[in-house]
Design a protein around this ligand. Structure first.
Ligand SMILES: [Fe+2]
Ligand SMILES: [Fe+2]
Length: 362
C-alpha cells in the first residue's frame, strides 16, 4: 500500500538523490545561475554590516535588490526548452458525480469570468488572414495586450488560493491529530508559491487600477472561504476541481503563445523577460517574455497533472507520490494524471532509486 512506502529524507539523502537524478524535484536549488548561487547567499550573509542596520531602515527590502536573488523560493521544477514545448492541451473526462460537479463548477467559473471580462474565443476565419491585428481585435478575434494581462493577472490571483488552503488544512489536521501528513503539505505549498510567482512576474508588466484590485479583493474573499469549506468536506473533489481549472490555464497560455508567435500581440514581440522570471525559472539573461509564458504553461501543466493525480488517491491515507520527485514534462505535459496503481509504482521506483544510490555510495 502507498501508506507503507512513505519516504522521509534527511538533507544529506536528498542531496545524494539529486546528484543521482538531476531532474528530481528539489534539485532546482542545486542548478544555479550566476545570480542564484547558494554560495553567494552565504557570502552576502556573512559580510560584516557596514553603516546603520538595514533592518532598521524603513525600506530595507528595496535597498538591497542585488544581495540575494532567486534562491529564496521553495524548490520547483526548472525546464529544458524541449520540455516546455512538450506540453499539450488535455482534458480528463468526468465520469463520477463528484467529478462532474467539479468540472461543472470550473465551466461555470470560466463562463462567468468570460462574461464579466467580455471575452469570447472566436476561432479565426479564413478571412481573418487578410485582416490587420487592429481589425482582428475590433472584431473580437484577438485580445490586446491589456486584455491578456487583465485575464492573466486575475486568474493568477485566484490560482494561488487552493494550494495554500489545502496546505493549511492538512497542516492543521497533522497538528490536531498528531499524525504525519504523508508528504502532501509541501507539494500544495509549492503550488501556491508557484502561482504567486506567476502573479509577481506578470504584475511587473502593468500596474492595476483600484477597481481591478477591488475585484480581486472580493473574488478572493468569496473563493478562499468557499474552497476552505469545500476542502473540509471533500479534498478529492477539490483537487479534481483544481485539475480542471489547470486544464483551462494550460489552454489559456497555449492560445497566448500561439497569438504571440504569430505576431498577433505585437507589444510583446521581443519583449525582454522580467528579471524576477529569469531568476525563478533560471532563464538565460537574454530570455524573452515568450520564454516566460512557455515556463508558466509548463507549471500549469504540472498543477494539472499533480492535482488530477492527487484526486485519484485517498487523501486521508495515501502518500503523495510527488513528495520526493516529479516526472519530467514529457510525462506531465502529455499525460493527464497517474491513477492509483501508477502512483504506487512511482513511489516504489523512488524507493529503488534511493536504495540504488545508497549501495553506490557504500
Ligand atoms: Fe498560474
Ligand atoms: Fe496553475
Amino acid at each position: 500500500m502507498l501508506r507503507t512506502t512513505l519516504i522521509r529524507l534527511a538533507p544529506a539523502q536528498r542531496a545524494a538523490l539529486c546528484a543521482a537524478r538531476p531532474r528530481l524535484v528539489g534539485c532546482a536549488f542545486m542548478s544555479t545561475t550566476p545570480s542564484a548561487t547558494p554560495s553567494r547567499k552565504h557570502e552576502a550573509l556573512e559580510q560584516p554590516a557596514a553603516g546603520p542596520s538595514r533592518l532598521s531602515t524603513p525600506d530595507a527590502v528595496s535597498t538591497v535588490p542585488t544581495m540575494v536573488r532567486g534562491d529564496w523560493v521553495l524548490f520547483h521544477p526548472v525546464y529544458t526548452t524541449a520540455e516546455m514545448k512538450a506540453v499539450e492541451v488535455l482534458h480528463r473526462e468526468a465520469k463520477t458525480v463528484p467529478d462532474k460537479l467539479a468540472y461543472g463548477l470550473v465551466r461555470l467559473a470560466r463562463w462567468g469570468f468570460d462574461f464579466v471580462s467580455r471575452y469570447k474565443h472566436k476561432p479565426m476565419s479564413p478571412a481573418g488572414a487578410a485582416m490587420t491585428v487592429e481589425e482582428l481585435r475590433k472584431a473580437g478575434h484577438l485580445l490586446d495586450e491589456r486584455g491578456w494581462l487583465n485575464r492573466i493577472l486575475f486568474l493568477e490571483t485566484i490560482a494561488g488560493v487552493p494550494g495554500m488552503v489545502a496546505a493549511t488544512l492538512r497542516h492543521l489536521t497533522s497538528l490536531r491529530l498528531m499524525r504525519r501528513d504523508s508528504g502532501w503539505i509541501h507539494t500544495c505549498l509549492e503550488e501556491a508559491e508557484n502561482e504567486r510567482m506567476h502573479l509577481m512576474t506578470f504584475m511587473t508588466l502593468r500596474d492595476s487600477s483600484i477597481w481591478f484590485r477591488a475585484l480581486i479583493l472580493g473574488a478572493q474573499g468569496v473563493f478562499y472561504n468557499l474552497f476552505f469549506l469545500a476542502y473540509i468536506v471533500s479534498p478529492r473533489t477539490c483537487h479534481r476541481f483544481v485539475g480542471h481549472l489547470e486544464e483551462e490555464a494550460v489552454l489559456t497560455y497555449t492560445r497566448c503563445i500561439e497569438d504571440l508567435e504569430a505576431g498577433r500581440i505585437p507589444e510583446w514581440t521581443d519583449k525582454p523577460a522580467p528579471g524576477i522570471a529569469i531568476d525563478y525559472w533560471r532563464l538565460p539573461a537574454d530570455a524573452k517574455l515568450l520564454d516566460v509564458i512557455y515556463a508558466v504553461r509548463s507549471d500549469e501543466s504540472t498543477h494539472r497533472f499533480v492535482n488530477h493525480s492527487l484526486a485519484n488517491l485517498e487523501a486521508a491515507r495515501d502518500v503523495n507520490p510527488f513528495a520526493l520527485r516529479e516526472p519530467d514534462m514529457f510525462t506531465k505535459g502529455r499525460k493527464i494524471a497517474f491513477d492509483r496503481d501508477e502512483a504506487e509504482r512511482y513511489v516504489r521506483e523512488s524507493h529503488s532509486l534511493m536504495e540504488q544510490k545508497k549501495r553506490e555510495d557504500a
